[in-house]
Design a protein around this ligand. Structure first.
Ligand SMILES: C[S@@+](CC[C@H](N)C(=O)[O-])C[C@H]1O[C@@H](n2cnc3c(N)ncnc32)[C@H](O)[C@@H]1O
Length: 367
């Protein structure tokens, strides 16, 4: 039988973030002043690898809320009877701490958050900066209303807007910092145009080639922005940036021996490299008893399926698996760089991944 003593507490969670070096003394004071429980509704779900599981009972609720796990707060955009896909959450506290650290928040900066969700990050920012410097936009009106209520209940009144955070906030003017708490497939230039030169953008990117990664961009005088990737991140996507399913694959399968264990592909550095060399190629994976299984597809109907210790099957035009192996050997030849050696530049013409130096753009292997 569980006792109250066994249920984790919020001060323990803040202590854990501090012990892991994720929050400074200043942010620790802020986290301690804003209990996460004030921003989590009664009905929530735990995110499992393949589904969301309802959380039943007060002890289970408190244990989840006071742990370093995401808390799912909405399924299927709020529709009844859907497949049970998480569409809003209170993010994992260690990820929130990392992102706020990367945002380099100083006294007096104006911040725009895209994805108010439960309002917890907005509350942390209000506690740190004061209500007037904090702006937060949420697409889902039900989620936005609940966040506004939770914020008011906790005594915070940031500027809130219901709308599409991909579009400029009318009349807002330039902010010093922008934090996206929903994942982007690419950084929309319109987002950068809301940030003053010298400002910072922190966002999770969800790439088609398997990876999710944080990026920290510094906005330049000419309105472009550039900066490094800062480790892995799995976030629920901005609504218009949801990753589509794998492409339809054409033709009969052709088997061949694998020159590479597909588990090697699930390395964030390689995924960033391969995503830039093979744009439009989608890779998903599943853990198996013996290793992993991966599926790769491209718009032209090419595909490949590979599992640890088994033959590879290729489909459709060309030889997609061979392109991936070729990309792996190239990645080896550039020194197998880890994810932190890659960065991103965003301009009004799109975005480019670079390796070690913004001038060293990783270009697509096909024209
Ligand atoms: C992971 S949650 C955000 C967590 C939040 N920061 C918190 O403190 O709880 C992502 C949120 O982004 C919202 N969202 C998705 N697309 C959006 C868009 N285009 N503009 C604004 N919000 C969006 C979702 O509805 C969801 O509530």
């Amino acid at each position: 039988m569980s006792t109250a003593q066994e249920v984790p507490t919020y001060p323990c969670l803040a202590q854990e973030l501090a012990d892991r070096g994720l929050i400074s003394a200043c942010w620790r004071r802020v986290f301690e002043a804003v209990p996460r429980s004030g921003f989590v509704p009664a009905d929530v779900w735990r995110q499992l690898p393949d589904r969301c599981e309802p959380v039943v009972g007060t002890d289970a609720w408190l244990a989840l809320v006071n742990s370093d796990e995401p808390v799912v707060t909405q399924l299927d955009d709020g529709a009844e009877g859907g497949p049970g896909v998480a569409t809003s959450s209170n993010s994992m506290p260690s990820m929130v701490a990392r992102m706020l650290g990367l945002l380099d928040v100083q006294d007096g900066v104006r911040v725009l958050e895209v994805g108010t969700g439960t309002g917890y990050v907005a509350a942390l920012l209000c506690e740190r900066l004061g209500d007037d410097l904090v702006h937060s936009v949420e697409l889902d009106p039900v989620v936005a209303r609940q966040a506004a209520e939770a914020l008011a209940q906790a005594g915070y009144r940031p500027h809130l807007r219901i709308g599409d955070g991909e579009q400029p906030w009318p009349g807002l003017g330039l902010v010093d910092r922008l934090i996206a708490t929903c994942a982007l497939r690419y950084v929309p230039y319109a987002l950068l145009r809301q940030v003053r030169p010298g400002g910072i953008v922190v966002a999770p990117l969800a790439r088609e080639f398997w990876s999710g990664a944080l990026v920290q961009l510094h906005v330049q005088d000419d309105g472009t922005a550039s900066g490094p990737f800062r480790g892995g991140a799995t976030y629920m996507p901005m609504r218009a940036h949801r990753l589509p399913d794998l492409h339809d694959v054409r033709g009969r399968g052709r088997a061949r021996a694998a020159g590479l264990d597909p588990a090697q592909l699930l390395d964030l550095g390689f995924a960033l490299y391969a995503g830039a060399r093979l744009p439009g190629v989608r890779l998903i994976h599943k853990d198996t008893d013996g290793g992993v299984q991966v599926w790769v597809t491209r718009e032209d109907g090419a595909g490949a399926a590979a599992a640890t210790g088994e033959e590879v099957w290729q489909y459709g035009p060309g030889f997609l698996w061979e392109e991936i192996e070729q990309t792996w050997w190239e990645y080896e030849s550039v020194g197998r760089p880890d994810a932190d050696q890659f960065g991103l530049t965003v301009t009004d013409r799109g975005q480019q991944v670079w390796l070690r130096d913004p001038r060293e753009v990783v270009r697509p292997s096909r024209a």
